[in-house]
Design a protein around this ligand. Sequence first.
Ligand code: F6P
Length: 554
Amino acid sequence: MEYYRQPLDVTQLNAWKALADHRQEMQTFTMRNAFAADPERFKQFSLDTCGLFLDYSKNLISRQTRSLLTSLAREAGLEGAIRALLDGEPVNSSEGRPALHTALRRPVGDKVLVNGIDVMPEVHGVLSKLTELVNRIHRGLWQGFTGRAITDVVNIGIGGSFLGPQQVAEALLPYSQPNVRCHYLANIDGSEFYELIAKLQAETTLFIVSSKSFGTLETLKNAQAARAWCLGQGCPEQDLHKHFIAVSSNVKYAVEFGIHEDNIFPMWDWVGGRYSLWSAIGLPVALAIGMSNFKDLLAGAYSMDQHFLNAPFESNMPVLLGLLGVWYGNFWNAQSHAVLTYDHYLRDFTKHLQQMDMESNGKRVRQDGSPVSLATGPVIWGGVGTNGQHAYHQLLHQGTLLIPCDFIVPVVSHHPIEDHHQWLYANCLSQSQALMLGKTQEEAEAELRAKGLSEEQVATLAPHKVIPGNRPSNTLVFERVTPSSLGALVALYEHKVFVQSVIWGINAFDQWGVELGKELGKDVYQHLIGAAEGKATDGSTQGLVEYFRRHHRG
Ligand code: F6P
C-alpha cells in the first residue's frame, strides 16, 4: 500500500538495524582521521548540481554510512514516495490532498492530473494573469482613487503567505525593479501597522490580501484596518477596489470581504501555505523583481525537482541532506539544526526554513495516525554570518550539544568592497573547519607555552581552551544569489524536509497542531474584553486576564 496510507515502521527495517550497529562502530570515528586516511574524501563527499555545490565531507560519515543511509531510503520506499509527490498523489493523507508545489514551476506542455483534471492550464493561466498585473503596475497603468499610479504594494499575510515571499524578495533585493516598493504586514500588533502606514500614501498604495484560507485572524484584521485607513485617507467606498487585490483558495470569502472578483488570484488547496511562494502568493516577489526574474526563480526550483526525481540517491542532494538529518537526529540524538547564511540578503532566510521544516515535520503521529517510535523534526535555527560568530557560535564549538550546521555562502558578492567578501568567505569556511578540527589539550597547552605562560598558568587555562571538534557541518556554495540559484536552494530544502517525513512516516503537509491555540485565543479574548461568563479555564490565564484588565489602556 502507498507509503502515505500505510507508512512503514522504519525502525523495523534491516537497514535501520544495520545503521544502529554501524553507529556503535562510528563511536571512535573522527573527521580528522578520515581526511588523513583518504585524500579523496572531499571529492567523494561533494556534489555539484543546479548551480549549487554541496560539500558534505565534514560529516560523521564514511562511505559505508552513506551506503547504509541510502539503503534505508530505498527500503523505506522513498523512490515511490518522490514519484507520488510529483505525480500529485494524495500524500497529505489527513486532508486527502496532493502537495503539488512542484506543479507550480513545471514548464508549459507538462501535464499534472488532480482528480483526473490536468491542472497545468490553470497554473499557467494564473501565471499569465500575474504577468499582466505586474506589467500594468510597473508601467504605472494601475492607478489609485486620485488617478496617481501605484508606487507601494503591501502584502498582508502571515506564515506561508508572508515568510516565503518576504524572504525571497529580501534575498533578491539586488534584482528589485525601481518603480514599485514592496512591504509586508503580518502580525496583528498595531505597532507594525502604525510603523508601516507612516511610510505610505493611501492614494498610491495597493494592498494584496494573501491568505489561502481567507480565514486567518491576523490577516483579516489587518485587511480591515487597511480598508479603514484608505477610507479615512479619502478613498471613496466605490474606489476601494483600486487598492485591494487578493490571493486565496477561498474566492467566496474574498468576495464577501469586498475584493472585486477580477482582483482575486486563485490558489489551490493542493498547495500548502509554506510551499506556496511559487503561486500567486509570490506576487509581491514578482512585483519586486519582475516576471522574468520570477520565472527564473521557478526554473531554478524546477531544475532541483528534476534532480530530486532522477538522480540516484548516492548523488541526490535533497536525499543526502535529508538522510544526514536522520543520521544525526535518530542516531546521534541531535535535536536542533543550524542554518548559517553568510550573505546579507539571506540574513533572515532561516525564518522561511523554520516554518517549512518545523511546521512540516514537527509531528508525533505517523500518516496512519499511529504514534511515532522515533525522534522527528528538529528545531531549525540560525542566522547570518559572521554575526553569529559573535553571538551563539561559542555553544556550537564548546557547548555540550551536538548541533549539525549548514553553512551557506555565495562566492561572488553583489556589492564587493575591498577584500570584505574574501574575509566573509574565509570566516564561513573556518567556522566549519573549527567545528571539525577543534583544539586538543596538547595543542592548547603548546599554544599557551608559546605565549610564555608558566606551567601553572598553562595547567589552569588549557582546559578552558580545549575545543572538542568532530562536529559535523555541510557547506553549500554557489556563484551568487540569483533568482535561479535561490529557486534551487529553496526547492532543495523543501525536498530535504519531504525525504525526512517519508523516513519518519509522518505527513509533512498538514498542521493540525496550530488549531488549538487559535481556538483557545477566542475564549481568552472574550475574557479580556469582559464578554465571557465566569472565569478562564485555569488560574494562570485568569490571573493574567485580571492583570490585563487592571492595566490595559487604549
Ligand atoms: O500557521 C498555520 C497556517 O495555516 C500556516 O500553515 C499558513 O501558512 C498560515 O497559517 C497562513 O494561512 P493562510 O494563508 O490561510 O492565511
